[in-house]
Design a protein around this ligand. Structure first.
Ligand SMILES: [Zn+2]
Ligand SMILES: [Zn+2]
Length: 238
C-alpha cells in the first residue's frame, strides 16, 4: 500500500506537541506524502490555540512541491448532543474537520450516550472524520456508529497512536479490531491517522497496518493510498 496522506497531526501550537508546522511539513515530504493535515486541537484543550488561530489559516501557503497542506482542526465533542467547541463560522473556513472525544472536554457517559454524542457530531455538516473511536473509557455501539457514519458520509479513523501501549486511551487493540470488523461488514471506509504530536511519527502507521493485515481488512476500504478520494475528506475543492 502506497500511503499518501496523514490528516491527523498536531504542532507546538496545541500546548502539548513538540514540532513546528515547518518541521511537520518537512517530515511529510520526507515520508513521501501528498497530503498533510494540520488538525490542531480545538480551543477547549488546556493550552490549546484560541479561536483566532483557526481564523488565520488564510496566511498559510498550502502547496509545498508535491505536498498539499490541509488546515483543519480536531474539534472537541463537548456533550452528548455532539456539540463542538468551534463555531460554525470558523469551521466553514477550514479545509476539513475531525471530531473527537477527550476526557478534558466531555465526561465519559454510558455506551448509549457516547454513541449518540459521536453520531450527532458526525451529523455536523463540516465534520468529515471521527477521531479515535477506539477508547474503552468511551464505550461505543460499533454497529450503530458505523451505520451512522456511512449515512453521514463521515470516515472513521484508525488511530495509530491508540495502539501505542503507553496511550492514555484504553483497549485500543480490541476496539480497533471490532471497528475494523464492523466497517468491513458495512463497507464503510477508514482513514489511518498518526495523531502525531512530533514530526518523527508523521506518515508512520506500523501497528495500524499490522492490525489491518490481521483483520484481513479489505484494501478498497482504506483511504490513505487513494489520493483520488481526498474530496471525501475535505470541505474544499482540490
Ligand atoms: Zn493532543
Ligand atoms: Zn484526539
Amino acid at each position: 500500500m502506497n500511503i499518501c496522506m496523514d490528516l491527523h497531526t498536531h504542532t507546538v501550537s496545541c500546548g502539548h506537541g513538540y514540532s513546528t508546522l515547518k518541521e511537520n511539513i518537512e517530515a511529510a515530504i520526507g515520508a513521501g506524502l501528498l497530503f498533510l493535515g494540520l488538525s490542531e486541537h480545538g480551543p477547549s484543550i488546556l493550552g490549546g490555540p484560541n479561536p483566532w488561530f483557526f481564523g488565520n489559516y488564510r496566511c498559510i501557503p498550502r502547496q509545498y512541491g508535491t505536498l498539499r497542506l490541509l488546515c483543519g482542526t480536531e474539534a472537541n465533542i463537548m456533550d452528548y448532543e455532539g456539540r463542538l467547541d468551534l463555531e460554525e463560522r470558523l469551521l466553514e473556513k477550514m479545509d476539513y474537520v475531525i471530531a473527537s472525544m477527550h476526557v478534558a472536554c466531555v465526561t465519559p457517559g454510558s455506551r448509549r450516550e457516547n454513541t449518540m454524542a459521536s453520531i450527532r457530531a458526525m451529523q455536523n455538516p463540516y465534520v468529515k472524520i471521527l477521531g479515535h473511536p477506539d477508547d474503552s473509557r468511551y464505550p461505543l455501539d460499533y454497529e450503530e456508529l458505523v451505520r451512522a457514519a456511512r449515512e453521514a458520509q463521515v470516515v472513521l479513523e484508525l488511530n495509530n497512536a491508540s495502539l501505542n501501549p503507553q496511550s492514555a486511551r484504553q483497549g485500543g487493540r480490541e476496539n480497533i479490531r471490532t471497528l475494523l470488523n464492523t466497517c468491513a461488514k458495512y463497507g464503510a471506509p477508514v482513514l489511518l491517522g498518526s495523531d502525531s504530536h512530533i514530526c518523527y511519527t508523521i506518515g508512520q502507521f506500523g501497528p495500524a497496518l499490522e492490525m489491518i493485515k490481521e483483520a484481513d481488512f479489505p484494501e478498497e476500504l482504506i483511504l490513505n493510498d487513494k489520493p483520488e478520494r481526498i474530496g471525501q475528506l475535505v470541505n474544499i475543492d482540490i
